[in-house]
Design a protein around this ligand. Structure first.
Ligand SMILES: Cc1ncc(C[n+]2csc(CCOP(=O)(O)OP(=O)(O)O)c2C)c(N)n1
Ligand code: SF4
Ligand SMILES: [Mg+2]
Length: 291
């Protein structure tokens, strides 16, 4: 029988507060399997601030520090400094923020932390909007998405910010994208990040939000997989800001991804063709960087 590479240990308990099919929950479950029990998680305001449950209860079997929306980078840096003072080099500090807490309000504390090359793993679980407060757009929301705040004619007319390139530009030891639909890729990247203790590591995890994306909960993983298969969310790694490696080449059309989500239902054929052109353009740019 084929050897299972996904660790059996569970650090996420049943009874967490996630919606059915919540990708952010799957992401945490897999990430902690990779990192193990010597992990301290820093969580700013987000769905995950709720998912962990109200004190003194917790859905996680590892310690959590809840922090303000803007401050995950700073809080993680402080915990790392305290552990170092105690001589604890074994414990991993995991900053776990949503796209709002990473791309937008948390960006300055994250940028500051990685510029100092703090010895922490910084994760963005990206559900492409401010889900906890009712699906407001963030700078991670893709072009064409309908949200509850999108100005104009009800959908976003600008591109998603390229966060992985922004972090790679800080020349940190490791930056990578991964997805809840590729558990072995996700586990490998978290385990690799855990080993690279010399500085900052950043992982960008695409995590479906069934109510926010308006998909059935049972399609959560399928949708996340399609994002990769259409090259909308390519899986790749960047070491030291310059050494790129690609982990998957998709060959499906963006239409397959867009048409099964309520948040894209308003798009015309022309809009879909435009999104295909944007994705093709980004894909070509990425391929030029692969050695
Ligand atoms: C300074 C501040 N502004 C606004 C809020 C309200 N708030 C709590 S969670 C949240 C959305 C977080 O979005 P994201 O980081 O993408 O995580 P998600 O909820 O999508 O998991 C907002 C706006 C807050 N807690 N603090
Ligand atoms: S709103 Fe979305 S991100 Fe938040 S718990 Fe529900 S499925 Fe998860
Ligand atoms: Mg979000």
């Amino acid at each position: 029988m084929e050897q299972l590479t996904i660790p059996r240990e569970e650090y996420l308990n049943p009874g967490h507060l996630g919606c059915p099919g919540c990708g952010a929950t799957i992401a945490m479950k897999l990430a902690l399997k990779a990192l193990g029990d010597k992990t301290i998680v820093v969580i700013p305001a987000s769905c995950w601030g709720i998912l962990a449950g109200p004190y003194p209860n917790s859905s996680l079997n590892v310690p959590i520090l809840h922090t303000a929306f803007a401050t995950a980078g700073a809080a993680a840096s402080g915990i790392r400094a305290a552990l170092d003072m105690q001589g604890d080099t074994e414990t991993t500090v995991l900053s776990w923020a949503g796209d709002g807490g990473t791309f937008d309000i948390g960006f300055q504390s994250l940028s500051g932390a990685v510029e100092r090359n703090e010895n922490c793993i910084f994760v963005c679980y990206d559900n492409e909007a401010y889900m906890n407060t009712g699906v407001q757009r963030s700078s991670a929301t893709p072009f064409g998405t309908q949200t509850t705040t999108t100005p104009g004619q009800g959908w976003k007319k600008t591109r998603k910010k390229n966060i992985i390139e922004s972090l790679a530009a800080h020349r940190i030891p490791y930056a990578a994208t991964t997805s809840i639909a590729f558990p072995e890729d996700l586990i490998r990247k978290f385990q690799k990040a855990k080993q690279l203790t010399g500085g900052s590591r950043f992982l960008h995890v695409l995590a479906t939000c069934p109510p926010g994306w308006r998909v059935a909960s049972e399609l959560s993983v399928k949708v996340a997989r399609l994002a990769v298969q259409t090259n909308i969310f390519p899986l790749y790694e960047v070491e030291d800001g310059i050494n790129y490696s690609l982990n998957y080449e998709g060959n499906r059309k963006v239409k397959d991804y867009l048409e099964i989500q309520g948040r894209f239902k308003h798009l015309t054929e022309e809009d879909t063709n435009k999104i295909q052109r944007l994705v093709d353009e980004d894909w070509k740019l990425l391929l030029k960087k692969i050695v």
